[in-house]
Design a protein around this ligand. Structure first.
Ligand SMILES: [Zn+2]
Length: 294
């Protein structure tokens, strides 16, 4: 099958998957329930999500392990199950993926280094434990995502590089400021991110979540001003969430997302998928737009 980065170097634009969290909620995950526990209690529902993205034409799918560190799982009394829940997450996606790739999802710990919540070493150990579980279950790569603090992102990258043999990718989440620039919650710009993550050893970098796919075009352009070589991955939300009739809704329709795909490829993105609110239908339309791109 080869490495994902090698496929990109051959000039291929690859398609990734869509939302997991919002999809699990549709399948009945309640607020306050632990999503990763479903890898053991509801494996068929998790498998269904994974399969639906493969069926939609994704070249790679993630795992249900975004909150899979000891810090997050500990809140549900599952701190001793880190390895097993992450291993199960990879095994489920591996079953669905066939000859496609599995990206082991790693989200932020929720601890803030700058506030002294946690030390570098504690963060490193937490990521190490998680990525070992993901590798044991058969992931091809580690997808560190939704990062807003550069230091946490760098610690996660080094834990993944030093404790697995997998490819390591990292994306951060940027919001558009009133002056029209993009910054993470901790004030990091896409430009700040580029060199820092690459020097730590990330083989693909990019952005996920945030403001929807249109803003991602600007973010890719900003990354490309700093670096023309590094593969760039984008997982955009289905627009900005709006609150409607007591529910959070992501308004961007699959056709609307797909319509931006040519611009985002032209800006320099190499892997395109979705984040919150995107569905298999979004991925199907993105696949179609990538196939038609000239
Ligand atoms: Zn998201």
């Amino acid at each position: 099958m080869g490495k994902i980065v090698d496929r990109i170097k051959q000039g291929k634009v690859l398609v990734s998957d869509g939302a997991w969290g919002t999809f699990l909620q549709q399948k009945g995950l309640k607020t306050g329930e632990c999503p990763e526990e479903w890898n053991i209690t509801h494996p068929e529902d998790v498998l269904d999500i994974a399969k639906s993205y493969i069926d939609a034409g994704a070249d790679m799918i993630e795992t249900n392990s975004f909150g899979g560190t000891r810090f997050k799982l500990g809140k549900f009394g599952l701190g001793e199950k880190v390895f097993n829940l992450n291993k199960a997450a990879s095994e489920i996606s591996r079953r669905a993926a066939g000859n496609k790739y599995v990206l082991g999802s790693v989200g932020p710990t929720g601890k803030i280094l700058m506030m002294g919540d946690v030390t570098d070493e504690e963060l490193y150990e937490a990521f190490k434990e998680q990525v070992r579980g993901l590798e044991a279950g058969g992931a091809d790569a580690i997808m560190i995502e939704t990062m807003s603090d550069l230091d946490e992102a760098r610690i996660a990258i080094s834990a993944a590089r030093e404790n697995t043999r997998l490819e390591v990718f990292c994306t951060m989440t940027f919001e558009r400021t009133v002056s029209g620039e993009y910054r993470s919650m901790m004030g990091v710009s896409p430009t700040d991110m580029v060199q820092s993550l690459i020097s730590e050893g990330a083989e693909i970098i990019g952005a996920n979540c945030g403001n929807g796919i249109t803003g991602m075009v600007d973010i890719v352009r900003e990354i490309r001003k700093t670096n023309t070589e590094i593969p760039v991955l984008i997982h955009a939300n289905a627009g900005m969430p709006v609150y409607r009739e007591g529910e959070t809704v992501f308004p961007e329709k699959p056709e609307e997302t797909a319509a931006i795909v040519p611009q985002i490829i032209a800006a320099g993105a190499n892997v395109i998928g979705g984040c919150c609110g995107t569905t298999p239908e979004h991925i199907y339309k993105i696949r179609d737009a990538v196939n038609k791109y000239r």
